[in-house]
Design a protein around this ligand. Structure first.
Ligand code: GDP
Ligand code: MG
Length: 439
Protein backbone atom coordinates (compact mmCIF):
# COMPACT_ATOMS: atom_id res chain seq x y z
CA UNK A 1 0.00 0.00 0.00
CA UNK A 2 0.81 3.70 -0.11
CA UNK A 3 1.93 3.90 3.51
CA UNK A 4 4.55 1.16 3.12
CA UNK A 5 5.93 2.70 -0.06
CA UNK A 6 6.25 6.14 1.47
CA UNK A 7 7.74 4.75 4.64
CA UNK A 8 10.37 2.89 2.64
CA UNK A 9 11.31 6.06 0.81
CA UNK A 10 11.48 8.09 3.99
CA UNK A 11 13.46 5.50 5.88
CA UNK A 12 16.11 5.81 3.19
CA UNK A 13 16.08 9.60 3.51
CA UNK A 14 16.30 9.53 7.29
CA UNK A 15 19.13 7.05 7.11
CA UNK A 16 21.33 9.52 5.29
CA UNK A 17 23.17 12.12 7.29
CA UNK A 18 23.47 14.87 4.75
CA UNK A 19 21.08 15.27 1.84
CA UNK A 20 21.85 16.64 -1.58
CA UNK A 21 19.36 18.21 -3.91
CA UNK A 22 19.56 15.02 -5.98
CA UNK A 23 18.69 12.85 -2.94
CA UNK A 24 15.55 14.86 -2.36
CA UNK A 25 14.59 14.78 -6.02
CA UNK A 26 15.06 11.02 -6.17
CA UNK A 27 12.92 10.56 -3.07
CA UNK A 28 10.20 12.79 -4.49
CA UNK A 29 10.18 10.78 -7.70
CA UNK A 30 9.39 7.74 -5.59
CA UNK A 31 6.69 9.62 -3.71
CA UNK A 32 5.19 10.68 -7.02
CA UNK A 33 5.04 7.12 -8.31
CA UNK A 34 3.55 5.87 -5.06
CA UNK A 35 0.80 8.50 -5.22
CA UNK A 36 -0.02 7.73 -8.84
CA UNK A 37 -0.19 4.05 -8.02
CA UNK A 38 -2.56 4.89 -5.18
CA UNK A 39 -4.88 6.35 -7.82
CA UNK A 40 -4.39 9.96 -6.83
CA UNK A 41 -5.40 12.40 -9.54
CA UNK A 42 -2.48 13.19 -11.84
CA UNK A 43 -2.89 16.95 -11.68
CA UNK A 44 -3.03 16.82 -7.90
CA UNK A 45 0.17 14.77 -7.74
CA UNK A 46 2.02 17.14 -10.03
CA UNK A 47 1.22 20.24 -8.01
CA UNK A 48 1.82 18.45 -4.75
CA UNK A 49 5.30 17.32 -5.72
CA UNK A 50 6.15 20.76 -7.06
CA UNK A 51 5.16 22.43 -3.78
CA UNK A 52 7.17 19.98 -1.73
CA UNK A 53 10.20 20.27 -3.94
CA UNK A 54 10.21 24.04 -3.61
CA UNK A 55 10.16 23.83 0.15
CA UNK A 56 12.42 20.81 0.59
CA UNK A 57 15.28 21.99 -1.56
CA UNK A 58 15.62 25.19 0.42
CA UNK A 59 18.85 25.88 2.25
CA UNK A 60 17.44 25.60 5.75
CA UNK A 61 16.25 22.05 5.11
CA UNK A 62 19.31 20.64 3.41
CA UNK A 63 21.67 22.27 5.87
CA UNK A 64 19.72 21.40 8.99
CA UNK A 65 20.93 18.66 11.33
CA UNK A 66 18.12 16.31 10.39
CA UNK A 67 17.30 16.97 6.74
CA UNK A 68 15.51 13.63 6.29
CA UNK A 69 13.14 14.40 9.16
CA UNK A 70 12.54 17.87 7.77
CA UNK A 71 11.53 16.51 4.40
CA UNK A 72 9.12 14.06 6.02
CA UNK A 73 7.69 16.90 8.05
CA UNK A 74 7.16 18.97 4.93
CA UNK A 75 5.43 16.05 3.19
CA UNK A 76 3.23 15.60 6.25
CA UNK A 77 2.28 19.28 6.25
CA UNK A 78 1.58 19.35 2.54
CA UNK A 79 -0.51 16.18 2.70
CA UNK A 80 -2.54 17.74 5.49
CA UNK A 81 -2.99 20.89 3.44
CA UNK A 82 -4.01 18.84 0.40
CA UNK A 83 -6.90 17.39 2.37
CA UNK A 84 -8.06 20.78 3.58
CA UNK A 85 -5.72 21.59 6.47
CA UNK A 86 -8.15 21.61 9.35
CA UNK A 87 -11.21 19.59 10.23
CA UNK A 88 -14.35 20.82 8.54
CA UNK A 89 -17.40 20.54 10.76
CA UNK A 90 -21.10 20.26 10.05
CA UNK A 91 -22.98 23.53 9.83
CA UNK A 92 -25.70 23.51 12.45
CA UNK A 93 -28.48 26.06 12.08
CA UNK A 94 -28.70 28.75 14.74
CA UNK A 95 -32.45 28.43 14.31
CA UNK A 96 -33.33 24.71 14.38
CA UNK A 97 -34.07 22.41 12.77
CA UNK A 98 -30.83 21.98 10.87
CA UNK A 99 -31.61 20.31 7.57
CA UNK A 100 -29.02 17.89 6.20
CA UNK A 101 -29.51 16.24 2.84
CA UNK A 102 -27.49 13.22 1.79
CA UNK A 103 -26.93 12.65 -1.91
CA UNK A 104 -24.86 10.28 -4.02
CA UNK A 105 -24.90 7.29 -6.33
CA UNK A 106 -26.67 4.06 -5.48
CA UNK A 107 -24.68 1.89 -3.11
CA UNK A 108 -22.35 4.69 -2.01
CA UNK A 109 -23.59 4.39 1.57
CA UNK A 110 -26.18 7.17 1.91
CA UNK A 111 -28.76 5.31 3.95
CA UNK A 112 -26.15 3.76 6.23
CA UNK A 113 -24.59 7.19 6.71
CA UNK A 114 -27.97 8.71 7.63
CA UNK A 115 -28.08 6.19 10.47
CA UNK A 116 -24.48 6.80 11.50
CA UNK A 117 -24.94 10.56 11.48
CA UNK A 118 -28.14 10.29 13.50
CA UNK A 119 -26.27 8.26 16.08
CA UNK A 120 -23.34 10.66 16.13
CA UNK A 121 -25.63 13.68 16.59
CA UNK A 122 -27.84 11.94 19.14
CA UNK A 123 -24.72 11.12 21.18
CA UNK A 124 -24.03 14.83 21.25
CA UNK A 125 -27.46 15.58 22.66
CA UNK A 126 -29.29 16.38 19.42
CA UNK A 127 -32.74 15.13 18.49
CA UNK A 128 -32.55 13.85 14.93
CA UNK A 129 -35.42 12.97 12.58
CA UNK A 130 -34.62 10.59 9.72
CA UNK A 131 -36.57 11.27 6.53
CA UNK A 132 -37.11 8.54 3.93
CA UNK A 133 -37.13 10.27 0.54
CA UNK A 134 -35.77 7.38 -1.53
CA UNK A 135 -38.97 5.95 -3.00
CA UNK A 136 -37.30 4.00 -5.82
CA UNK A 137 -34.93 1.49 -4.33
CA UNK A 138 -36.89 -1.52 -3.11
CA UNK A 139 -36.85 -1.70 0.66
CA UNK A 140 -35.00 1.61 1.07
CA UNK A 141 -37.71 2.87 3.41
CA UNK A 142 -37.66 -0.33 5.44
CA UNK A 143 -33.85 -0.11 5.68
CA UNK A 144 -34.12 3.35 7.21
CA UNK A 145 -36.90 2.27 9.58
CA UNK A 146 -34.77 -0.60 10.84
CA UNK A 147 -31.89 1.81 11.50
CA UNK A 148 -34.25 4.19 13.29
CA UNK A 149 -35.53 1.40 15.50
CA UNK A 150 -32.04 0.35 16.46
CA UNK A 151 -31.13 3.92 17.30
CA UNK A 152 -34.48 4.59 18.94
CA UNK A 153 -34.86 7.68 16.79
CA UNK A 154 -37.96 8.55 14.76
CA UNK A 155 -38.17 7.97 11.00
CA UNK A 156 -40.53 10.04 8.86
CA UNK A 157 -42.00 8.29 5.81
CA UNK A 158 -44.95 8.74 3.49
CA UNK A 159 -44.55 5.42 1.72
CA UNK A 160 -43.29 5.14 -1.85
CA UNK A 161 -46.25 6.66 -3.68
CA UNK A 162 -45.58 10.34 -2.90
CA UNK A 163 -43.24 12.81 -4.54
CA UNK A 164 -39.83 12.92 -2.76
CA UNK A 165 -39.99 16.73 -2.78
CA UNK A 166 -43.27 16.63 -0.83
CA UNK A 167 -41.87 14.01 1.53
CA UNK A 168 -38.82 16.17 2.28
CA UNK A 169 -40.98 19.24 2.90
CA UNK A 170 -43.41 17.38 5.12
CA UNK A 171 -40.46 15.84 7.00
CA UNK A 172 -39.07 19.27 7.87
CA UNK A 173 -42.52 20.48 9.05
CA UNK A 174 -42.88 17.34 11.11
CA UNK A 175 -39.53 18.06 12.79
CA UNK A 176 -40.58 21.65 13.49
CA UNK A 177 -43.80 20.64 15.17
CA UNK A 178 -42.24 17.76 17.12
CA UNK A 179 -39.15 19.42 18.52
CA UNK A 180 -36.64 17.48 16.43
CA UNK A 181 -33.63 19.73 15.88
CA UNK A 182 -31.80 17.95 13.04
CA UNK A 183 -33.52 16.60 9.93
CA UNK A 184 -31.47 14.08 7.95
CA UNK A 185 -32.91 13.38 4.52
CA UNK A 186 -32.08 10.12 2.75
CA UNK A 187 -32.39 10.56 -1.01
CA UNK A 188 -32.40 8.20 -3.97
CA UNK A 189 -29.32 7.37 -6.01
CA UNK A 190 -28.78 6.00 -9.49
CA UNK A 191 -26.11 3.75 -10.86
CA UNK A 192 -24.94 6.68 -12.93
CA UNK A 193 -25.49 10.39 -12.75
CA UNK A 194 -28.47 11.36 -14.88
CA UNK A 195 -30.70 14.36 -15.41
CA UNK A 196 -33.69 12.86 -13.67
CA UNK A 197 -31.71 12.19 -10.49
CA UNK A 198 -30.19 15.67 -10.51
CA UNK A 199 -33.53 17.28 -11.31
CA UNK A 200 -35.18 15.65 -8.34
CA UNK A 201 -32.33 16.56 -5.99
CA UNK A 202 -32.40 20.16 -7.19
CA UNK A 203 -36.12 20.32 -6.49
CA UNK A 204 -35.67 18.96 -2.98
CA UNK A 205 -32.89 21.48 -2.43
CA UNK A 206 -35.13 24.32 -3.59
CA UNK A 207 -38.00 23.14 -1.41
CA UNK A 208 -36.21 22.61 1.92
CA UNK A 209 -33.08 24.80 1.59
CA UNK A 210 -30.74 22.41 3.40
CA UNK A 211 -28.00 23.83 5.63
CA UNK A 212 -25.78 21.00 4.51
CA UNK A 213 -25.80 18.97 1.34
CA UNK A 214 -23.45 16.10 2.00
CA UNK A 215 -22.27 14.06 -0.93
CA UNK A 216 -21.65 10.43 -0.05
CA UNK A 217 -18.99 8.73 -2.18
CA UNK A 218 -17.46 5.29 -2.10
CA UNK A 219 -13.68 5.60 -1.64
CA UNK A 220 -13.15 2.15 -3.15
CA UNK A 221 -14.03 3.58 -6.55
CA UNK A 222 -10.91 5.78 -6.51
CA UNK A 223 -10.80 8.30 -9.36
CA UNK A 224 -14.45 7.63 -10.16
CA UNK A 225 -15.35 8.92 -6.72
CA UNK A 226 -13.54 12.14 -7.57
CA UNK A 227 -15.36 12.48 -10.90
CA UNK A 228 -18.70 11.85 -9.22
CA UNK A 229 -17.89 14.53 -6.67
CA UNK A 230 -17.01 17.01 -9.41
CA UNK A 231 -20.24 16.29 -11.28
CA UNK A 232 -22.52 16.52 -8.27
CA UNK A 233 -20.88 19.73 -7.17
CA UNK A 234 -21.26 21.31 -10.61
CA UNK A 235 -24.88 20.27 -11.00
CA UNK A 236 -26.23 20.60 -7.47
CA UNK A 237 -23.63 22.29 -5.31
CA UNK A 238 -22.49 20.34 -2.27
CA UNK A 239 -21.16 21.56 1.08
CA UNK A 240 -19.06 18.60 1.99
CA UNK A 241 -18.22 15.00 1.31
CA UNK A 242 -18.62 11.80 3.30
CA UNK A 243 -16.03 9.30 2.14
CA UNK A 244 -17.33 5.80 2.84
CA UNK A 245 -15.69 2.38 2.88
CA UNK A 246 -12.34 3.80 3.81
CA UNK A 247 -11.90 0.56 5.75
CA UNK A 248 -11.63 -1.30 2.45
CA UNK A 249 -9.62 1.24 0.50
CA UNK A 250 -5.97 0.37 0.61
CA UNK A 251 -4.98 3.03 -1.88
CA UNK A 252 -6.27 6.29 -0.48
CA UNK A 253 -6.49 8.02 -3.86
CA UNK A 254 -9.95 9.50 -3.37
CA UNK A 255 -9.16 10.87 0.08
CA UNK A 256 -6.14 12.67 -1.33
CA UNK A 257 -7.76 14.08 -4.47
CA UNK A 258 -11.32 15.12 -3.67
CA UNK A 259 -10.63 18.30 -1.78
CA UNK A 260 -8.07 19.55 -4.27
CA UNK A 261 -10.21 18.75 -7.33
CA UNK A 262 -13.60 19.95 -6.03
CA UNK A 263 -12.61 22.48 -3.40
CA UNK A 264 -15.11 20.79 -1.08
CA UNK A 265 -13.98 19.36 2.26
CA UNK A 266 -14.34 15.78 3.39
CA UNK A 267 -16.33 16.09 6.61
CA UNK A 268 -16.67 12.46 7.66
CA UNK A 269 -15.26 9.10 6.78
CA UNK A 270 -17.07 5.79 6.96
CA UNK A 271 -14.87 3.02 8.26
CA UNK A 272 -17.23 0.05 8.47
CA UNK A 273 -20.80 -1.13 8.20
CA UNK A 274 -21.77 -0.57 11.82
CA UNK A 275 -23.48 2.52 13.17
CA UNK A 276 -20.41 3.52 15.16
CA UNK A 277 -18.18 3.39 12.11
CA UNK A 278 -18.25 7.07 11.25
CA UNK A 279 -15.39 9.42 12.09
CA UNK A 280 -15.03 13.16 11.70
CA UNK A 281 -12.38 13.58 9.01
CA UNK A 282 -9.16 15.11 10.31
CA UNK A 283 -6.72 15.93 7.49
CA UNK A 284 -3.71 15.92 9.83
CA UNK A 285 -4.55 12.52 11.24
CA UNK A 286 -5.20 11.10 7.81
CA UNK A 287 -1.82 12.41 6.67
CA UNK A 288 -0.09 10.74 9.62
CA UNK A 289 -1.92 7.54 8.85
CA UNK A 290 -0.85 7.66 5.22
CA UNK A 291 2.73 8.28 6.27
CA UNK A 292 2.49 5.25 8.53
CA UNK A 293 2.91 7.24 11.71
CA UNK A 294 -0.10 5.63 13.29
CA UNK A 295 -3.00 7.68 14.43
CA UNK A 296 -2.54 8.37 18.08
CA UNK A 297 -5.10 11.15 18.19
CA UNK A 298 -7.94 9.11 16.71
CA UNK A 299 -7.04 6.32 19.05
CA UNK A 300 -7.25 8.63 22.01
CA UNK A 301 -10.58 9.94 20.81
CA UNK A 302 -11.91 6.44 20.40
CA UNK A 303 -10.59 5.57 23.81
CA UNK A 304 -12.36 8.56 25.26
CA UNK A 305 -15.64 7.49 23.74
CA UNK A 306 -15.39 3.90 24.82
CA UNK A 307 -13.48 3.90 28.02
CA UNK A 308 -12.92 5.89 31.03
CA UNK A 309 -12.10 9.50 30.14
CA UNK A 310 -9.65 9.76 33.04
CA UNK A 311 -7.61 6.86 31.78
CA UNK A 312 -7.52 8.26 28.28
CA UNK A 313 -6.28 11.60 29.59
CA UNK A 314 -3.54 9.88 31.51
CA UNK A 315 -2.50 7.94 28.43
CA UNK A 316 -2.38 11.09 26.35
CA UNK A 317 -0.22 12.75 28.98
CA UNK A 318 2.16 9.82 29.01
CA UNK A 319 2.43 9.78 25.25
CA UNK A 320 3.37 13.40 25.35
CA UNK A 321 5.93 13.00 28.10
CA UNK A 322 7.30 9.81 26.59
CA UNK A 323 6.76 8.00 29.88
CA UNK A 324 5.00 5.09 28.27
CA UNK A 325 5.82 1.84 30.10
CA UNK A 326 5.01 -1.84 29.73
CA UNK A 327 2.34 -1.34 32.36
CA UNK A 328 0.67 1.17 30.09
CA UNK A 329 1.14 -1.22 27.22
CA UNK A 330 -0.72 -3.86 29.20
CA UNK A 331 -3.41 -1.40 30.11
CA UNK A 332 -3.73 -0.42 26.49
CA UNK A 333 -4.11 -4.05 25.48
CA UNK A 334 -6.93 -4.35 27.95
CA UNK A 335 -8.64 -1.30 26.61
CA UNK A 336 -8.15 -2.47 23.07
CA UNK A 337 -10.29 -5.46 23.88
CA UNK A 338 -13.16 -3.19 24.83
CA UNK A 339 -12.89 -1.09 21.74
CA UNK A 340 -14.09 -3.39 19.02
CA UNK A 341 -12.55 -4.79 15.88
CA UNK A 342 -8.96 -5.52 16.73
CA UNK A 343 -7.68 -4.91 13.23
CA UNK A 344 -9.04 -1.42 13.09
CA UNK A 345 -7.58 -0.44 16.43
CA UNK A 346 -4.21 -1.96 15.61
CA UNK A 347 -3.99 0.15 12.48
CA UNK A 348 -4.30 3.23 14.61
CA UNK A 349 -1.56 2.31 17.05
CA UNK A 350 1.86 3.48 15.98
CA UNK A 351 3.98 0.56 14.96
CA UNK A 352 1.16 -1.92 15.33
CA UNK A 353 0.25 -1.72 11.66
CA UNK A 354 3.70 -3.14 10.92
CA UNK A 355 3.63 -5.68 13.68
CA UNK A 356 0.38 -7.05 12.31
CA UNK A 357 2.12 -7.80 9.05
CA UNK A 358 5.16 -9.55 10.52
CA UNK A 359 5.27 -13.21 9.70
CA UNK A 360 4.28 -15.47 12.54
CA UNK A 361 2.67 -12.72 14.57
CA UNK A 362 -0.96 -13.37 14.86
CA UNK A 363 -2.75 -10.37 16.31
CA UNK A 364 -5.77 -12.22 17.52
CA UNK A 365 -7.31 -12.52 20.94
CA UNK A 366 -5.00 -15.42 21.83
CA UNK A 367 -2.05 -13.29 21.07
CA UNK A 368 -3.34 -10.61 23.38
CA UNK A 369 -3.79 -13.23 26.08
CA UNK A 370 -0.14 -14.19 25.70
CA UNK A 371 1.09 -10.63 25.88
CA UNK A 372 -0.99 -10.07 28.96
CA UNK A 373 0.39 -13.23 30.59
CA UNK A 374 3.95 -12.16 29.83
CA UNK A 375 3.59 -8.68 31.26
CA UNK A 376 1.76 -10.07 34.27
CA UNK A 377 4.77 -12.29 34.96
CA UNK A 378 7.09 -9.31 35.19
CA UNK A 379 7.90 -7.44 38.36
CA UNK A 380 6.74 -3.87 38.68
CA UNK A 381 10.28 -2.70 38.20
CA UNK A 382 10.67 -4.68 35.00
CA UNK A 383 7.47 -3.23 33.60
CA UNK A 384 8.58 0.29 34.29
CA UNK A 385 12.12 -0.19 33.14
CA UNK A 386 12.29 -2.99 30.55
CA UNK A 387 15.99 -2.33 29.93
CA UNK A 388 16.84 -4.38 33.02
CA UNK A 389 15.23 -7.51 31.58
CA UNK A 390 18.32 -9.60 30.88
CA UNK A 391 18.63 -13.24 29.83
CA UNK A 392 17.87 -14.84 33.18
CA UNK A 393 14.93 -12.54 33.75
CA UNK A 394 13.61 -13.45 30.30
CA UNK A 395 13.80 -17.15 31.15
CA UNK A 396 11.98 -16.58 34.43
CA UNK A 397 9.24 -14.54 32.74
CA UNK A 398 8.83 -17.15 30.01
CA UNK A 399 8.44 -19.87 32.60
CA UNK A 400 6.01 -17.86 34.66
CA UNK A 401 3.81 -17.03 31.70
CA UNK A 402 3.98 -20.39 29.97
CA UNK A 403 5.64 -18.93 26.91
CA UNK A 404 9.05 -19.14 25.22
CA UNK A 405 11.98 -16.78 25.63
CA UNK A 406 11.56 -15.75 22.01
CA UNK A 407 8.04 -14.56 22.81
CA UNK A 408 9.51 -12.28 25.46
CA UNK A 409 12.12 -11.05 23.01
CA UNK A 410 9.47 -10.30 20.44
CA UNK A 411 7.26 -8.44 22.87
CA UNK A 412 10.12 -6.28 24.12
CA UNK A 413 11.08 -5.48 20.56
CA UNK A 414 7.49 -4.51 19.70
CA UNK A 415 7.31 -2.34 22.75
CA UNK A 416 10.53 -0.55 21.79
CA UNK A 417 9.25 0.06 18.28
CA UNK A 418 5.98 1.39 19.57
CA UNK A 419 7.78 3.75 21.88
CA UNK A 420 10.02 4.97 19.10
CA UNK A 421 7.09 5.62 16.81
CA UNK A 422 5.28 7.50 19.53
CA UNK A 423 8.26 9.71 20.01
CA UNK A 424 8.37 10.43 16.28
CA UNK A 425 4.72 11.39 16.23
CA UNK A 426 5.24 13.53 19.31
CA UNK A 427 8.22 15.31 17.77
CA UNK A 428 6.38 15.87 14.56
CA UNK A 429 3.42 17.40 16.32
CA UNK A 430 5.66 19.65 18.35
CA UNK A 431 7.38 20.79 15.16
CA UNK A 432 4.15 21.41 13.31
CA UNK A 433 2.75 23.26 16.29
CA UNK A 434 5.60 25.76 16.20
CA UNK A 435 5.19 26.10 12.48
CA UNK A 436 8.92 26.22 11.94
CA UNK A 437 11.17 23.97 9.93
CA UNK A 438 14.09 23.93 12.30
CA UNK A 439 13.96 21.37 15.00
P1 GDP B 1 -27.03 3.79 -0.53
O1 GDP B 1 -27.54 3.08 -1.73
O2 GDP B 1 -26.17 4.95 -0.93
O3 GDP B 1 -28.10 4.21 0.41
O4 GDP B 1 -26.07 2.78 0.22
P2 GDP B 1 -26.31 1.91 1.55
O5 GDP B 1 -26.31 2.80 2.74
O6 GDP B 1 -27.49 1.04 1.37
O7 GDP B 1 -24.96 1.06 1.60
C1 GDP B 1 -24.56 0.16 0.59
C2 GDP B 1 -23.66 -0.88 1.19
O8 GDP B 1 -22.43 -0.32 1.61
C3 GDP B 1 -24.25 -1.55 2.41
O9 GDP B 1 -23.96 -2.92 2.38
C4 GDP B 1 -23.51 -0.89 3.57
O10 GDP B 1 -23.43 -1.73 4.70
C5 GDP B 1 -22.16 -0.66 2.96
N1 GDP B 1 -21.42 0.45 3.59
C6 GDP B 1 -21.81 1.73 3.78
N2 GDP B 1 -20.84 2.47 4.37
C7 GDP B 1 -19.79 1.64 4.56
C8 GDP B 1 -18.47 1.81 5.13
O11 GDP B 1 -18.05 2.88 5.56
N3 GDP B 1 -17.68 0.70 5.15
C9 GDP B 1 -18.10 -0.51 4.67
N4 GDP B 1 -17.26 -1.52 4.73
N5 GDP B 1 -19.33 -0.69 4.13
C10 GDP B 1 -20.17 0.35 4.08
MG1 MG C 1 -30.14 4.09 0.23
Amino acid sequence: GLAEKLQGTFDKLRGKGKLSEEDVKAALREVKLALLEADVNFRVVKNFIKDIEERAIGQEVLESLTPGQQVVKIVNEELTELMGGTQSKLTLASNPPTVIMLVGLQGAGKTTTVGKLAKNLHNKGRRPLLVAADIYRPAAIKQLQVLGERLEQPVFTMGDKQDPVDIAKAGVSHAESNGRDVVIIDTAGRLHIDEKLMGELKNIKKAVKPHEILLVVDSMTGQDAVNVAENFDDALGVDGVVLTKLDGDARGGAALSIREVTGKPIKFSGIGEKLDDLEPFHPDRMASRILGMGDVLSLIEKAEQNIDAEKAKALEEKLRKEEFTLEDFLDQMDQVRNMGPLDQIMDMLPGMGDIKKLKGVNMDENHLDRIEAIINSMTLEERRNPDIINGSRRRRIAQGSGTEVQDINRLLKQFKQTKKMMKQVGDMQKGVGKGGLKG
